[in-house]
Ligand binder design. Structure first.
Ligand SMILES: C[S@@+](CC[C@H](N)C(=O)[O-])C[C@H]1O[C@@H](n2cnc3c(N)ncnc32)[C@H](O)[C@@H]1O
Length: 212
């Protein structure tokens, strides 16, 4: 089995993300992607729901996804996007090592993926390399809750002994994603923090768009 494949998580996430689409998550994906334009890089495209929300200003998509079961799950959405006239490449790769030239994309989407990558720092450095200086970084990421809140306590409890990442395909629920983006040189002051998901552990969410 490929190192990044978690078929049981894929099955679980397919169901949960499908439910999310029919609740409010689909609208939030559209909101986050509204500022995407030109060539869009989707890092960790998973089952591909974001392809249903790509705005007309996007001219082509390169979707990076290291999990074979996730790539297979996304195929119907990849084909649907292509049949709408959108050029979509689905590539077996990781965000830490993007198979793309310098300054080759106009927008990047991180949606529920920075929680799962091995090295946020390396993914963000690679993103800076491939994103043009006037580009846009679109963010929809669950993050570490504010200290002292109930969500913060819950996130600490489920993280003990690595239980949460083990069950959730390598997801870490206590990452300081805003801090990592800022440290990598992205302007992310305007990103909002909202409670989104009905699962409290991953409810605290960073939403919006920033710039290099
Ligand atoms: C929770 S899913 C989110 C999928 C999708 N972005 C969404 O919003 O529904 C996280 C995805 O990130 C992928 N992933 C894990 N590690 C990765 C890495 N280092 N680089 C790129 N993608 C990765 C996983 O295979 C999985 O498909």
């Amino acid at each position: 089995m490929a190192a990044h494949d978690h078929p049981i998580f894929t099955l679980l996430y397919r169901g949960v993300s499908e439910l999310g689409e029919h609740a409010s998550l689909g609208a939030t994906r559209s909101e986050v992607l509204a500022q995407a334009h030109g060539r869009l890089l989707i890092v960790g495209s998973g089952p591909g729901h974001d392809l249903d929300h790509v705005p007309a200003a996007v001219t082509s998509v390169v979707a990076i996804e290291p999990s074979p079961s996730m790539r297979a799950a996304s195929l119907p959405r990849v084909h649907a996007a292509r049949s709408r006239g959108l050029e979509v490449e689905l590539v077996d790769a990781v965000g830490e090592q993007l198979p793309l030239p310098d300054d080759s994309v106009d927008s990047v989407l991180f949606a529920y993926v920075l929680c799962s990558v091995e090295s946020m720092e390396q993914v963000l450095a690679e993103t800076r390399r491939v994103l043009r200086p006037e580009g846009t970084v679109c963010v929809l990421e669950h993050v570490r809750a504010a200290p002292g809140t109930w969500t913060d306590r819950l996130q600490r409890v489920v993280s003990v002994g690595g239980v949460w990442p083990f069950l959730m395909g390598g997801c870490h629920c206590r990452r300081d994603t805003r801090g990592a983006l800022a440290a990598a040189g992205f302007h992310v002051e305007s990103l909002a923090e909202r409670t989104l998901a009905s699962v409290p552990v991953v409810g605290w969410t960073l939403v919006g768009a920033g710039r290099p």
